[in-house]
Design a binder for this molecule. Structure first.
Ligand SMILES: [Zn+2]
Length: 476
């Protein structure tokens, strides 16, 4: 019998606010452990939380871009559980009235386009972090992450393959990044994914018992964890066993899912309304203002890039990283030749980034200097073959491209006397080929042009050399 997997997701995304959800502590990643905490976010009793307005704006933006309806009335609950990463023993979250309800996001998989339904998106605070690997005798708690605003995106069980889940998470990551809502850095935990997964005989209406794999933090491990869990459940059922509803974690090194605890249900958390945070009523004018602030989304950018004549696959690579896409947009403001800029980014800049010579987060030059370099090459001020050398030097020294070209002698001098002398020499040294050309064999021109280009690098631009060579060959 064949088994068919069904999956639903809970994606946790940390919001890019400067401060935490209910206090003014910094929400930046990292920092000396427990240096970004106050009595409020470390669970002291008697503190009065005050809701971060920016976090509200960000979750509303997330809702808009995923096609959700935004609740005009929203409120907060306490979700109780006792665990050392949660000093107050409850997390402020939303149960009954989440900010966003419903929604749809389309993904593209080899079998075509598919629409994934969003159930809800709610706002809650993150927990702290426990460090277990310093000593076998104790664990350490770092509450810097505690109370950082988090949105939880809950989907309907619309996924039937690891591929679909991976495409969706990647798309959500990118959308949140472009909307400026979350940095999408899965390796730092700012975007994490829980997968609910069950299998059932093909054709069966009823879903099987589900398990939940917690905290997957790379697209690759999401794919591997799903495959491993489908195999585990299938083997279990085939050998006469039963799947037990439980929470699992994925051990990336051995590629297996491991049980963490039996799965809680909502009533285990003793949800109750938070008495300190009044419900929030959102007005139409506020929602409209937030809607209008949403920047250009990746799909729109794709259309714009294609209208520049950039191929879909090239545009896809540029758009896959918002920082690169922003850098591209800024560069074409300085030198309006999108195809040339795209080509140079894809071939040279991305190569440097992949080699580890460059970091798009901290380039030692701006888009203006980068655009200038491309302009120098494409207006024949320097040979295009020198562009990559100049880029390497810019990355090393941070000097501007014109200075580097001067220093290295890359500026084409347009020395016409030398051009004529060199062409004369080539013509006399290659009398046989010249004879062929003059008797109508046009294709040997490339051979002569290649020789001239080689000897005249830095002395004149290829179009100038070509014009002079043609003139001489045709006896003008
Ligand atoms: Zn605090």
């Amino acid at each position: 019998m064949k088994y068919y997997p069904t999956m639903g997701l809970e994606i946790h995304a940390e919001l890019l606010t400067k401060s935490k959800l209910f206090c003014s502590c910094s929400a930046e990643f990292g920092g000396e452990p427990n240096s970004r905490c106050c009595p409020g976010c470390s669970g002291f009793p008697g503190m009065l939380p005050s809701l971060n307005q920016k976090a509200m704006e960000y979750i509303i933006k997330a809702g808009f871009i995923m096609g959700c309806s935004i609740s005009r009335f929203t409120k907060w609950e306490r979700k109780h559980y006792f665990y050392p990463d949660l000093p107050g023993a409850y997390q402020i979250s939303q149960l009954e009235r989440p900010v966003c309800v419903g929604g749809n996001v389309a993904i593209y998989v080899p079998s075509g386009e598919k629409s994934i339904r969003i159930n809800r998106i709610h706002l809650e605070e993150d927990a702290g972090k426990l460090i277990h690997d310093i000593s076998p005798n104790f664990s350490l708690a770092d509450y810097n992450r505690g109370s950082i605003p988090l949105i939880e995106i809950v989907t309907e069980p619309d996924f039937h393959s690891a591929e679909e889940v991976m495409a969706f998470v990647d798309k959500i990551r990118r959308m949140l990044q472009y909307a400026g809502v979350c940095d999408g850095k899965m390796e730092q935990g700012s975007l994490r994914c829980d997968v609910n997964i069950s299998i059932a005989p093909e054709g069966s209406e009823k879903l099987g018992t589900r398990t939940e794999i917690k905290n997957l933090n790379s697209i690759r491990s999401i794919g591997r964890a799903i495959e491993a869990e489908i195999n585990r459940q299938t083997d279990l059922i085939v050998s006469g066993g039963k799947v037990v509803q439980q929470t699992l974690r994925f051990n990336d090194t051995v590629g297996e899912t491991v049980a963490m605890r039996s799965k809680e249900n909502a009533h285990d958390y003793r949800y109750m309304p938070d008495p300190d945070i009044p419900p929030l009523i959102l007005t139409e004018s506020e929602l409209e203002r937030i809607f209008l602030e949403i920047p250009e989304m990746p799909e729109k950018r794709m259309e714009r890039y294609k209208s520049y004549g950039i191929s879909e696959s090239d545009a896809e690579i540029i758009i896959s990283d918002k920082l690169i896409s922003d850098f591209f947009d800024e560069s074409i403001n300085y030198y309006n030749n999108p195809k040339a800029v795209a080509a140079f980014i894809l071939v040279e800049l991305m190569r440097r980034i992949n080699l580890g010579d460059a970091d798009i987060n901290g380039l030692p030059f701006g888009a203006k200097e980068f655009a200038k370099l491309i302009e120098l090459g494409y207006t024949d001020k320097i040979s295009r073959s020198h562009m990559k050398d100049v880029l390497r030097e810019m990355l090393k020294s941070g000097k501007n491209p014109e200075t580097i070209c001067e220093e290295q002698g890359f500026i084409i001098k347009e020395d016409i006397n030398t051009v004529n002398t060199v062409i004369d020499k080539i013509i006399s040294e290659n009398a046989g080929v010249v004879e062929q050309y003059r008797s109508g064999e046009q294709k040997v021109f490339g051979f002569l042009m290649g020789k001239a280009n080689n000897e005249l690098k830095g002395i004149a631009a290829p179009p100038v050399i070509k014009a002079h060579l043609e003139k001489k060959l045709n006896g003008e």
